[in-house]
Design a protein around this ligand. Sequence first.
Ligand SMILES: Cc1ncc(COP(=O)(O)O)c(C=O)c1O
Length: 393
Amino acid sequence: MNLQQIRSDTPLTASTIYLDTAAASLPPDPVLEVVRQYLLDTGHKGIYQPGFRRETYARVESVRAQLAELIEAGPDEIAFTKNGSEAISLIAQAIPWQPGDEVLVADTEMLSNLLPWKRLEQQRQIRVKMVPSDAQGRLHAEAFAAAIGPRTRLLTFSHLPNSTGAVQPAADLCAVARRHGVLSLVNASQSLGLLPTSVRQLDCDFLCACGRKGLRATEGSGFLFARAQHLPRLEPALVGWWNGVYDRATGALSLQPSARRFEAGCPNVPAILGLGAALDYLQAIGIAAVHARLQALTAHAVARLSALPGLTIYGPLQPGQRLGIVPFNIQGIAPEHLVERLAAQGCVIEAGAFMADAILARHGVDTMARLSLHYFNTDDEIDRCASLLDACR
Ligand SMILES: Cc1ncc(COP(=O)(O)O)c(C=O)c1O
């Protein structure tokens, strides 16, 4: 990994210690350049100039193929969305539920993977059952197996929850689902781009992610993977010219057979092309190298922070069981205060409840601070952040 090149592609790193990838990462300049160039071309070449439009749609489809390759899916199993929440909501609304069906949701989930299911309780009379993680925020296959009942249709969890950073045993949890004939949805919003991820190895039915975190794409990018065999029975909530076919003579309405059936209208081309550039950038570095570097940085961050008096780290204690995300509190100091103090010194971290109240309640706190890493960060930046935190006490 050429860290010098990577940091020069990420110019803010020259002046700022950016430790908030879990909210959104810094897109590298080659990604921003592709988006900027496309937007200029829309005006300068003519957005619907036929040759340019054809080329644009071909590029959109090649990003779909790139995404499919990244997660070992088929291109027909990928739908572009504008974020992770939309992908989860789309799949929640598309499944043909029966009243009394049950969905198992890990208690690690933030609102985006809870509300779509809670809403179905009201709309379609399904039941949502929460499956508890352990004291360190880790999920266990046994807990899901114990919660499965005769009406359970789907289970869902985050591969990497935003409030703990625990790397969950995703393949084991999906295997439980498969054994019991239950569908599985992996929320990969935090993990994709940090962890090697294959839907074949996970053997999941659905996977959702956004582009602006681990993948370092821009806002407005995300996607849904839906296993091909399920597509004919999935009814998208949104329909329009891009995903629907209508015969005015007969009134027959049909949908794209592929996962494109979830994309109702004009695709968000700038974000999709930016996502393609981000995938190129990731591929040039290699996901295995990214993962290894994040593991090392995470271990360093945990070691440095846990050495600070009065600082409590939440989530798994073993460095190997967490990745990138390190939530913490310093006794007697409001985490929002830490964020302000560090921001004034050019170090960006975050504080809040992270929309994951169940996990915070487990730790008996209302808010926590959180630093989150990507491969462009360095041990020196972590050391500097630790010193700044120490000075806040
Ligand atoms: C675990 C998790 N799931 C889902 C989402 C939602 O993603 P988006 O903001 O792209 O809708 C987030 C975003 O913070 C997240 O951390």
